[in-house]
Design a protein around this ligand. Structure first.
Ligand SMILES: [Zn+2]
Length: 450
């Protein structure tokens, strides 16, 4: 299948670039997943929905998408909470992974190819760190292993940070063993009560910044993937540190395109677990359902911040209700007046719609095309002379478009009893029995059939 042109904003080069895959027709994507010690807040789901949209758009553009995202199941926060709750780290993280996966399901996120967990990659992480040490870019200090940041001539280029400014801006840390204040831990030795691994690097745990690089290298079997991403807050230091390690390990950049998704603010302040300014994803999903949240996320350009508010959710809900009503009115029509199904679409509208999405996920413009299709559809539905082809063309185009946006409705079917009421309604109307037809009309309207 021939692929369509796609443009993406690349944080590294700070511009929108034509997407050129490493391997023709294929795309490898990794985005950083959650640390599973708590229910995630709604802000955590924005990158997830954005990358899900990217997967759908790239698939529609003819690419075979290979996308994975990790679970950080080794972390001090997990250890502390597990101790507090008298559980093992595994019990705790399994519980929150299951909760997170329910969110993915409710938000209609397509299954990922894999969800690697750090705890399954310890031997690979140890080998990776050992190689960097052998190459002279990591060193032991007080038993811990640190990455030597000043070795990487490109450090800071991804996040547009100046190394000298970072050094002068860093506080004098209590750990005097580090050669540079920017150096970060790859392996931390410990004999605390938390989960730890007895390895050639010592009894301890890996640092957070190493896991993603190792999982990318191990899963994709290549030093550079097409797209790496996550929330804006991961740009520095996390992604900068990941990229520096990959440079030290293989001399290659970790990704050809870096995509970062904007924050969600709550009451105009950044939503964050540490400040307590949060709304849990599961609570918002329970209140509004997955479609409304997706629409709320997607209606703003993914790099811009958005503000979570009741009004914004109500606006998104009104838009989703319109889409659902449109979809159901067609389904009811096809139930009441069965006609030969065809798979024709408005190719021009579809191409235009996909073209906008392929232009760095411009959902707002794509929605204007969806609205044109809805307008055509409503016109066709009102016209009693519309052919099956005309009606299906609208409905099929609409369905394909909302599928790419990841909006999904339960199918609406008209049961035999309701169909009988509808036939009777047509009959009495034909016989000019207005009182009876009004009565039946009301019944049908209540059922959402008219
Ligand atoms: Zn990561």
């Amino acid at each position: 299948m021939k692929t369509r042109s796609i443009k993406l904003y690349d944080t590294y080069q700070a511009k929108v670039r034509e997407f050129v895959p490493i391997e023709e027709g294929k795309v490898s994507i990794y985005y950083c997943g959650p640390t599973v010690y708590n229910y995630v807040h709604i802000g955590n789901m924005r990158p997830v929905v954005t990358f899900d949209l990217l997967q759908r758009v790239m698939t529609a553009c003819g690419y075979q998408v290979h996308m994975i995202s990790n679970y950080t199941d080794i972390d001090d926060k997990i250890i502390n909470k597990a101790l507090e709750e008298k559980k093992s780290e595994k019990e705790l993280s399994d519980f929150y992974i299951a909760a997170y996966e329910r969110n993915l399901h409710d938000l209609n996120v397509l299954p990922l190819e894999n969800h690697p967990r750090v705890s399954n990659y310890i031997p690979e992480i140890v080998d990776f760190i050992s190689t960097i040490m052998d190459k002279g870019h990591a060193y032991k200090a007080d038993g811990d292993v640190y990455f030597s940041v000043p070795d990487d001539p490109d450090y800071g280029k991804l996040s547009k940070m100046n190394v000298d400014d970072l050094i002068s801006g860093s506080r004098i840390e209590c750990n005097q063993a580090k050669k540079s204040p920017l150096d970060f831990a790859l392996w931390k030795v410990t004999d605390d009560q938390g989960i730890k691994f007895d390895t050639k690097l010592g009894l301890g745990r890996p640092g957070w910044h190493t896991e993603c690089v190792v999982m990318i290298n191990s899963y994709f079997h290549k030093p550079t993937i097409d797209i790496h991403g996550g929330g804006f807050d991961l740009k520095f230091p996390h992604h900068e540190n990941e990229n520096a390690q990959n440079w030290a390990y293989s001399g290659a950049p970790l990704a050809n395109y870096w995509m970062h998704v904007g924050f969600i603010n709550l009451n105009n302040a950044k939503m964050s677990k540490s400040t307590g300014n949060t709304v849990l994803a599961k609570d918002v999903i329970a209140k509004y359902g997955g479609n409304v949240i997706r629409y709320f996320f997607l209606s703003t350009y993914y790099r811009s911040p958005i503000n979570f508010s009741l009004e914004a959710m109500e606006t998104a809900k009104a838009e989703v209700d319109k889409l659902q009503k449109f979809s159901e009115s067609f389904q009811v029509h096809f139930c009441l007046m069965p006609m030969d199904k065809t798979d024709v679409i408005f190719q021009d509208y579809y191409d235009e719609f996909l073209g906008y999405l392929a232009d760095d996920l411009n959902v707002a413009n794509a929605i204007t095309i969806l609205e044109k299709v809805i307008k055509e559809g409503n016109k066709a539905l009102r016209n009693s002379r519309s052919t099956a082809e005309q009606l299906y063309k609208c409905y099929n185009t609409f369905s394909k478009m909302i599928d790419i946006l990841g909006i999904k409705f339960d199918p609406k079917v008209v049961c035999a009893a309701d169909k009988k009421i509808y036939d009777e309604y047509l009959e009495v109307k034909k016989n000019k029995d207005y009182a009876k037809s009004d009565e039946l009309r009301e019944v049908l309207m209540k059922k959402g059939i008219l």
